[in-house]
Design a protein around this ligand. Structure first.
Ligand SMILES: Nc1ccn([C@@H]2O[C@H](COP(=O)(O)OP(=O)(O)OP(=O)(O)O)[C@@H](O)[C@H]2O)c(=O)n1
Ligand SMILES: C[C@](O)(CO)[C@H](O)COP(=O)(O)O
Length: 248
């Protein structure tokens, strides 16, 4: 039903809103998920602890989110439950003085994000970026783009176009796909906290490995430009590429 505006309503003074100061923005939080075991890497320890130019992969990632220009006030690092001591020892070894909180993750990425989110429950409003702890080359510009887009659209994720031709395989063979309509998803994927909480309250979505997919049914996710350098360290050759990129 459409409500007609009455003359009484029209004459009511408008509520006075405090003007926003130019630099003011909604609070920004970050969850760095590093709760995996790195089976595809096949190393002697989880890949987030492997050294990249002499420092743990996860430390590179943490530094990117601690850049003051981003204004992230609370960084949560999610780790395998049995590896909290390992990370604390690395922080001591590498004299890490970046404030962050540690949370024990779960058996899947979904469970780890959910655990990180639960640790933010006291906060009523704000934006939370979920980022893979094993994407150490993310740029400030990409992170900023997701926060800025999420402030308007409630949900935003970094993505890039495929560089190779793509075919869909089936029992009958394979078929070429129109790659101009495909995107490769990266992180950060950034959301209003309350939206992400509602999405992660649905256990039937627990098998999904990215946050945009978990949120899809609740909100349209705005894609923003990612970066080909923002690679996810997954298999041994990714470390070689990351070393080379960091050396630039
Ligand atoms: N139970 C899990 C599984 C994954 N992740 C994190 O999610 C990110 C992306 O996952 P992926 O690259 O698959 O990491 P792993 O699960 O460690 O790797 P693999 O699948 O090869 O075992 C990583 O930063 C990883 O640590 C997590 O926090 N908790
Ligand atoms: C979130 C993600 O990094 C986007 O590319 C990806 O979905 C993680 O998936 P994985 O299966 O855990 O590697």
């Amino acid at each position: 039903m459409k409500l007609k505006r009455s003359s009484t309503q029209a004459s009511k003074p408008l509520p006075i809103q405090a003007p926003k100061s130019p630099g003011s923005q909604v609070p920004r939080f970050a969850i760095l998920v590093a709760g995996g075991s790195g089976t595809r890497m096949g190393a002697d320890r989880p890949k987030q602890f492997l050294l990249l130019r002499g420092e743990p992969v996860l430390l590179h990632t943490l530094r990117r989110f601690a850049e003051p220009a981003l204004g992230v006030t609370d960084i949560v690092v999610v780790l395998p439950a049995d590896q909290l001591d390992t990370w604390q020892a690395l922080c001591a070894q590498f004299s890490v003085n970046i404030p962050h909180r540690l949370v024990a993750g779960g058996a899947t990425r979904w469970a780890s994000v959910k655990a990180g989110l639960a640790s933010l429950k006291a906060h009523a409003e704000g934006l939370v970026a979920v980022h893979d702890g094993v994407r150490p080359l993310v740029s400030r510009q990409v992170v900023e783009r997701t926060y800025t887009a999420a402030a308007t659209h409630a949900a935003a994720a970094a993505a890039v176009m495929p560089k190779d031709s793509v075919r869909l395989v089936s029992a009958h063979g394979s078929a070429a796909q129109n790659r101009s309509r495909l995107r490769l998803m990266q992180t950060p994927q950034t959301f209003e906290i309350d939206l992400l909480r509602r999405a992660y309250a649905m256990p039937e979505l627990a098998s999904f490995t990215d946050d945009a997919t978990v949120v899809d049914d609740l909100c349209r996710v705005q894609l923003v430009d990612g970066d080909y350098r923002n690679l996810k360290i997954t298999t041994p050759e990714d470390l070689v590429v990351a070393e080379a990129l960091l050396a630039q």
